[in-house]
Design a protein. Sequence first.
Length: 162
Amino acid sequence: MVEAARSGPRTAFALSQLGSYVSDAFARAVREVGLSPSEAGVLRLLSREPGLSQRELATRLGTQPSRVVALVDGLERRGLVVRARSETDRRNYELRTTDAARALGPRLRAIAEAHEDAVLAPLTAAEREQLARLVTKLAAGHGLDAELHRETRAGARPNPSV
């Protein structure tokens, strides 16, 4: 027997709808500079943590190393990332952004800020602060990394948005 619909807000569903909307809008925004959200996220992470190995990057993203290899291959072909042998462990490659990627950084930041402003436009400054506190508390309570999207279920593809 189907239970009667619950009255009151369906907050988790609304968050899911909003997350989908926000992700799609961000994907359209970064497409302007020829990137996917995953590529933009990797560039952001590598700009903050230069020298990560492909294995470390895969771990941070919560995905298979083979997926990271393909992602880094594409960024390397476009001149945005370089692989260099690690001086401390010659079995590993360190990943670093190039001058071209660093030059793209201010544009990506501007895109991310405009995206955030557009998403939060219906809220007052006080509401934005309150929402930020609550969403941060929820994310932390569920063990989520505030810096990137991680793969959270088997077979899911990561989406490391900026």
